[in-house]
Ligand binder design. Structure first.
Ligand SMILES: [Ca+2]
Ligand SMILES: [Ca+2]
Length: 459
């Protein structure tokens, strides 16, 4: 198979571009592999199992028995709320058959952490769980776990008659404060044949106030935590053991680009449940490509030295060492995917006090370190296994950031040219209807790829 990845210098940024033919191959592979281990990809191309019943019209129904499990420190927390033994009782479990229009079914786990569903058609089922915690339950936790407000989890299970058993792990969910709720990384091809040129400016990030109090955005920082493409993979010139120091640093996240929200303290308030959209360009991108969005009402936009500046959309402030892709683009920060993306949200930073280091062998070697105590939220993501297999890249290094910040990257990204979005999962709703987003500091669990972006709304 043709497996050519061009290595393109964009300004002082180096990006991987992958031909669209490979993209098609990768997408086809994705659809074939669904139902095995492609949780990340199902939202892009649903396996069209449909509602038809094959054969002579009779089909053997199945029973699905699910056990919700908890491990490690989360198991200790579960014990405190009356759920010992590494299982989770009183969890609401929802199942929905992929590609069907039957709608979901729900049940609640018993004292042994089990729940059974009967009379199911065979197929692949999306299983998710939620166990919201009552204030009196959280009160039993040590202070470091006081922000745990739920257990959540999800998995895809293949159901076969007469009976299928599956264990689905649950993780303690922490609300955090201001959290990354969506990353739209799509750079569609503007060529009818696919490939070059790509449209790079329809990108956006979205953030959500996951707390019960007003948050002020003023001075908070959006950063790219990608320490450089060569630092994400086991590159011959930059092997993982060499890059460990910057990539997997428990003290902080090394970043080449820092963008601060404007305001000097209390100018940009975000109420509980409030959503804020930060666009690369705050304009209507639909005329450029139908898969893009109208971001002319974005709350903020990144700004560069040769940019379109919507005067009604406040500009982010570049507080980093240099401008993003200044010579080639000049539109401000572009939160694209490349072969992976680490996005960081941080408390206001005094940049002059940050540690600085130089990574040898790069044309843009300087990085600031965002101190661990300033990090509010992280999204760590990589290509899907199918997309990665369509490249000739060496394997990824184990961690793109230290597990203090994120336990496992989400394998959600497609090759350049694909249109999709990455959204944080909804954990549940408060009695008044306000959404609480899932934040287990595990990107692979907390985020999923979706076909349609929802700038400014939580779906
Ligand atoms: Ca811009
Ligand atoms: Ca503007």
């Amino acid at each position: 198979m043709l497996a050519v990845v061009t290595f393109v210098e964009v300004g002082r940024r180096v990006v991987w571009r992958v031909p669209s033919q490979l993209l098609l191959v990768a997408l086809c592979c994705s659809s074939l592999l669904l139902g095995t281990a492609c949780e990340h990809a199902t939202t892009l191309i649903d396996p069209l199992a449909g509602d038809s019943i094959p054969g002579d019209g009779t089909v053997q129904r199945a029973t699905l028995t699910i056990t919700i499990t908890v491990t490690g420190a989360d198991s200790a927390l579960a014990s405190l709320i009356g759920s010992p033994g590494g299982v989770l009782c009183d969890a609401e479990v929802t199942i929905e058959r992929s590609g069907s229009t039957e709608g979901p079914q729900s049940g609640v786990t018993d004292a042994s952490g089990k729940v059974a569903f009967e009379g199911l058609l065979p197929g692949t089922y999306a299983v998710s769980l939620i166990r919201l915690l009552m204030p009196e339950e959280v009160a039993q936790f040590e202070s470091e776990n006081a922000d745990v407000n739920a257990f959540g989890g999800g998995k895809y299970v293949t159901v076969e008659p007469p009976s299928t058993e599956a264990a689905v792990p649950a993780l303690a969910g922490r609300r955090g404060s201001l959290v990354i709720s969506e990353h739209f990384p799509a750079e569609p091809s503007l060529s009818e044949a696919g490939g070059w040129p790509y449209y790079d400016y329809g990108l956006f990030l979205e953030f959500y106030n996951n707390t019960d109090t007003t948050i002020y955005l003023d001075g908070k920082v959006i950063a790219s935590g990608v320490p450089g493409v060569g630092l994400m993979i086991d590159h011959p010139d930059w092997p993982c053991e060499t890059t460990e120091k910057w990539r997997n640093d428990p003290e902080g996240i090394w970043s080449p680009f820092l963008e601060a929200f404007p305001g000097s303290g209390q100018e940009y308030a975000l109420a509980p449940g409030g959503v804020v959209v930060v666009a690369t360009d705050g304009i209507d991108h639909r005329p450029f490509h139908p898969g893009l969005y109208d971001l002319s009402h974005a709350d903020f936009e990144f700004i560069g030295s040769s940019d379109v500046d919507n005067p009604s959309v406040p500009n982010m402030i570049n507080i980093g060492i240099r401008e993003y892709a200044a010579s080639a683009h000049g539109h401000g920060f572009e939160p694209n995917a490349g072969i992976g993306a680490v996005l960081v949200l941080a408390e206001p930073l005094d940049v002059s006090s940050l540690a600085v280091d130089y990574i040898p062998g790069f044309s843009d070697p300087i990085r600031h370190r965002i101190p661990a105590e300033k990090v509010l939220d992280v999204l760590s993501a990589a290509l899907t296994p199918e997309a990665m297999a369509g490249t000739s890249l060496p394997p990824y290094c184990a961690q793109h950031v230290h597990r203090n910040f994120d336990r496992q990257r989400a394998q959600v990204h497609e090759l350049t040219g694909a249109i999709y979005t990455v959204q944080r999962r909804v954990l549940g709703r408060l009695p008044g209807g306000r959404v609480i987003l899932q934040r287990t500091k595990t990107s692979s669990r907390d985020f999923h790829a979706r076909a349609t972006a929802t700038p400014g709304n939580i779906p």
